[in-house]
Design a protein around this ligand. Structure first.
Ligand SMILES: Cc1cc2nc3c(=O)[nH]c(=O)nc-3n(C[C@H](O)[C@H](O)[C@H](O)COP(=O)(O)OP(=O)(O)OC[C@H]3O[C@@H](n4cnc5c(N)ncnc54)[C@H](O)[C@@H]3O)c2cc1C
Length: 399
């Protein structure tokens, strides 16, 4: 079990990283370890399926640069590999006058981030794009698209198999040891020895990085995002993608409507604290993980700051009527009866010690390891760019 590189995590970021490593150097011997029996079982396979344009992110941040680069790489990849996608555009809707300055800021950010053909919409123009929407002003973002990220991840996996990268399923990394200048990644069944370890472990990225980074100053806080689906006969209410103006203090975009690449229209996701990292149901609880979250000083500060927003999200999680009310801000015609349960995803959001929800992508490095520790949305859009960045870091270490 000797390799040049061991990659931990078979989500879209780990797969894209392995892909960019072999593209740079086909001679590399790479092992990719995934604890489940398929790729994309967690965040990658349970997301909104949006190809983000990069409009929201702080100019110059890793999110902004990797999103825009990743967007172009992803579109080229989907074209080459025949993965279905559609660039249908989206509208962001200000539902009251107070949101207009925030919408203007998003417009300016989009321009700074290099987006072209953004279109400001008045009340009546909004209806030309989405006849059932209600709002005072809006913004059309033509670049936004939709794709099924599970299919993208499976296409990455196919290419990795062809390139000779070995993917080991049901291989949970439980320890990373340094021995004789090599890195040993221990799993219950075998040990993988390599010159470099790269981890992209999503909801467990802090745990895996913590196996060889001593002073981890972040903790992953899991936020479940629950969806409803529009009943088939109500899908006419949404043509493409309809987003609210997001709360700039919060890292999530607010409940929105998304026409899915695989068919159907989803409404959501909300953002509720999950009591288990891979807790997809409200009843899923892992006491040790939950108490670990509560004990993290940064989380207690976040809870102190955002308790009102958090309680609102929790209430909407338990009350379909309240969830519907949030959706009615965008489409007043929507009724509770138009919605059926649509599943959930859990976001891995890094929280630092001082109570900051880490906004940007975050990568930790040691002399023999690279750990992707915060890769929230738009990391699916950006996966090939993040992979490229990590592969470049790896190249410097191995040369
Ligand atoms: C509800 C929701 C909606 C989103 N919407 C969008 C969107 O529309 N567009 C967008 O661009 N992004 C979106 N995102 C974000 C995007 O899905 C994630 O940023 C992206 O999938 C992260 O990929 P990943 O590979 O880092 O993590 P994951 O997909 O979670 O993969 C990590 C993998 O590591 C494995 N693993 C963990 N620990 C170990 C271990 N010890 N040993 C071996 N394997 C391990 C896990 O089993 C998992 O398969 C959304 C996320 C959520 C949750």
């Amino acid at each position: 079990m000797n390799y040049n590189i061991t990659v931990i995590g078979g989500g879209i970021v780990g797969l894209a990283t392995a892909l960019q490593l072999v593209r740079k150097n086909p001679a590399l011997k790479i092992a990719l370890l995934e604890k489940e029996n398929v790729v994309a079982k967690h965040q990658t396979g349970n997301n909104s399926g949006v190809i983000h344009s990069g409009i929201y992110y702080k100019p110059g941040s890793l999110k902004a640069t990797n999103c825009i680069r990743g967007y172009n790489l992803l579109i080229d990849f989907c074209r080459e590999q025949n993965v279905p996608f559609e660039l249908c555009g989206k509208i962001i809707v200000a539902t009251d006058e107070n949101e207009i300055p925030l919408l203007e800021n998003i417009y300016k950010r989009g321009i700074e981030n290099g987006l072209t053909n953004l279109k400001k919409l008045g009340e009546s123009e909004l209806k030309e794009y989405e006849p059932h929407v209600a709002g005072v002003e809006g913004l059309f973002v033509p670049q936004t698209g939709i794709v099924d990220y599970r299919l993208v991840a499976e296409a990455y996996q196919r290419i990795l198999n062809e390139a000779g990268v070995q993917i080991f399923f049901q291989s949970k990394a439980t320890a990373i040891l340094e021995k004789n200048g090599k890195q040993e990644v221990v799993t219950p069944s075998q040990t993988f020895i390599s010159d470099l370890v790269i981890s992209c472990a999503g909801l467990y990225s802090d745990k895996v990085a913590g196996m060889n980074v001593l002073d981890m100053n972040i903790k992953i806080v899991p936020f479940r995002g629950e969806y409803y689906k529009l009943k088939k006969e109500k899908e006419y209410l949404v043509k493409n993608l309809i987003y609210p103006v997001p709360d700039p203090n919060f890292p999530f975009l607010g409940v929105h409507f998304t026409r899915m690449a695989k068919g159907g229209v989803e409404a959501g996701p909300n953002a509720v604290l999950a009591f288990k990292r891979e807790g997809y149901k409200k009843t899923d609880v892992n006491l040790s993980e939950f108490f670990e979250t509560l004990a993290w000083p940064g989380f207690r500060k976040v809870a102190g700051k955002y308790w009102r927003t958090g309680l609102g999200e929790m209430y909407r999680s338990f009350s379909k009527a309240a969830f519907t009310k949030a959706l009615q801000k965008l489409i007043p015609e929507i009724q509770k009866e138009d919605l059926t349960d649509g599943g959930a995803g859990v976001r891995a959001q890094a929280c630092d010690r001082t109570g900051g929800l880490v906004d940007d992508f975050l990568i930790y490095e040691t002399s023999k390891a690279i750990h992707v520790c915060n890769a929230p949305s738009p990391a699916a859009t950006s996966s090939l760019a993040i992979g490229e960045t990590v592969a470049e870091m790896a190249k410097k270490r191995l040369s």
